[in-house]
Ligand binder design. Structure first.
Ligand code: ADP
Length: 478
């Protein structure tokens, strides 16, 4: 057994019970053993972050810049190795794993720059002789709780702004994929962060996550994960009057209008619904197609799906890696049975497939003849399963697109400026894509949604400051 990877508490690597990190492409391949923090160790981490806050919150922009810059450089220099680790522990293809790693480096790079661009406002008061200053200050100890589907990018887009604006952090990566989170913290630690500024507590949501959530010393909580867990976090945070930022599920619509370039539409849906094995909160899962092109669209989709190569995430020709684990695969299969029982027609995929190694391989699934009331069109499946819903015209397409509990991303394929413009204005989603897949975003602009998808300020880009800082207004009589 290789040396277990430990948790970082107050600048020290601390041991504990370990759990194996298993490769979903090959369950005989153990990526490593990772310590699971206890509740007491998690409390120690919170205490360490609290103790480190006064000094770090007063660190200079250049100190913060230097650490974030060094982290960006090291992540980029190691993109192939870290991308491989990511694909091995999570199952997205190597190209996706390396791409996500590069994205993490870009995010650290962006916030390294932001650290040097911290600003405030100076303005005259309405009272004579009085000046007013508006500044942003760090919030305090930030709890960071992340999911398994983006093991390096999501931790990066929470840790980088938290540190940039002078907060200290207690970070819990998802139990299924601790490898990238560990690597990121190791990089930050060696980049020169003072002890206690970033603390790593790997382990279970019910132990580690709950201890973070229950602590009144955690001044702000940023979470990406499921709606039920998010609801628990929101309730506790309200009780503690704590700032909270939640990114949760999606049931993202992609509309295909009769005037669309069908090849563009099919590219968008193949990518949005099935790449990263459909395991993205921005995945397209409701494909809303005008009657006039419905059959032609289905023909093109099923032809393309027949050629999709599902297999080992690390194999160079794989387009779609395995599902992350047995319980997620069982959930996907459960929904495929639900869809059939509801009267939807499975026109492609959905079956488990075997490969040379034991893994959780499933062919992407497409249902036709769906209604927007079916459970497969309302509940987030979080796998490579999409439902096609036929509609008469644009107005019905928009109504169906908006008829959902979620509101993260919404896409449309059209060559009509009128419809594109109307859709951008009227889609009830935080992000709207025209002739682009619902998944796939830039790192320098806001990310987030509406309704049950998100709660609290946006993530990423300069909008991240809304969550990771608090505003102070100071008045001075000169
Ligand atoms: P998913 O596993 O679908 O990503 P979860 O909401 O279960 O969604 O998990 C997201 C993150 O939240 C993970 O890091 C998980 O360990 C953590 N988590 C789960 N339950 C709790 C909880 N009660 N309190 C705090 N964190 C939790």
């Amino acid at each position: 057994m290789s040396e277990p990877k430990l948790n970082l508490v107050g600048g020290d690597w601390v041991a504990g019970d370990t759990a194996p990190n298993i490769n979903p492409s090959d369950t005989s391949d153990i990526v490593g053993h990772y310590a699971r923090a206890s509740a007491a160790q998690t409390q120690d981490a919170i205490d360490a972050a609290k103790a480190a806050f006064p000094a770090w919150s007063r660190s200079t922009p250049l100190e913060r810049h230097a650490v974030l810059r060094a982290a960006a450089d090291e992540i980029l220099a190691r993109k192939d190795e870290l991308g491989r680790l990511l694909s091995r522990e999570e199952g997205k293809t190597l190209a996706e794993g390396v791409g996500e790693t590069v994205r993490a480096a870009q995010i650290f790079d962006f916030f390294a720059g932001e650290a040097l661009r911290l600003t405030g406002e100076v303005l005259p008061s309405i009272r004579p002789g009085v000046g007013v200053e508006i500044t942003r200050e760090p919030v305090g100890v930030v709890g960071v709780i992340t999911p398994w589907n983006f093991p390096i990018a999501i931790p990066a887009w929470k840790l980088a702004p938290a540190l940039c604006y002078g907060n200290t952090v207690v970070f819990k990566p998802a139990d299924l994929v601790p490898g990238c989170g560990w690597a990121l913290v190791d990089i930050l630690h060696r980049a020169g962060l003072p002890e206690g500024v970033v603390n790593l507590v790997m382990g279970r949501g019910s132990v580690v996550g709950q201890t973070i959530v229950d602590s009144p010393d955690v001044s702000a909580l940023t979470f990406t994960g499921s709606v039920p867990t998010g609801a628990v976090l929101a309730a506790k945070s309200a009780e503690l009057m704590r700032k909270v930022q939640l990114e949760m599920g999606g049931k993202n619509p992609f509309v295909v209008l009769a005037d669309a370039d069908l090849d563009v539409a099919v590219d968008c849906v193949i990518n949005g619904a099935f790449f990263s094995t459909g395991q993205r909160c921005t995945a397209s899962s409701r494909i809303i197609v005008e009657d006039a092109v419905h059959d032609a669209f289905l023909d093109k989709m099923t032809a393309r799906m027949a050629d999709l190569r599902v297999g080992d995430a690390l194999a160079p020709d794989t387009q779609i890696g395995p599902v992350v684990d047995e319980s997620q695969l069982a959930q996907n299969e459960k929904y495929i049975e639900i869809g059939k029982a509801e009267g939807a027609r499975l026109v492609a995929g959905g079956n488990r497939v075997s490969r040379e190694t034991e893994g959780y391989f499933q062919m992407p699934a497409l249902f036709a003849d769906c209604t927007n009331q079916m459970r497969i069109a309302r509940e987030e499946i979080f796998g490579p399963v999409a439902s096609v819903i036929a509609v008469r015209d644009y107005d019905e397409a928009l109504a169906v697109a908006n008829d959902t509990d979620f509101g993260l991303s919404a896409g449309i394929a059209t060559t009509s400026l009128k419809h594109a413009t109307h859709f951008k204005r009227n889609a009830e989603a935080g992000m709207v894509m025209v002739n682009l897949p619902t998944a796939g975003v830039d790192f320098h602009v806001p990310f987030g949604g509406r309704k049950a998808s998100s709660h609290g300020p946006r993530e990423q880009g300069r909008y991240a400051a809304e969550f990771f800082t608090t505003v102070k207004t100071a008045y001075t009589l000169a």
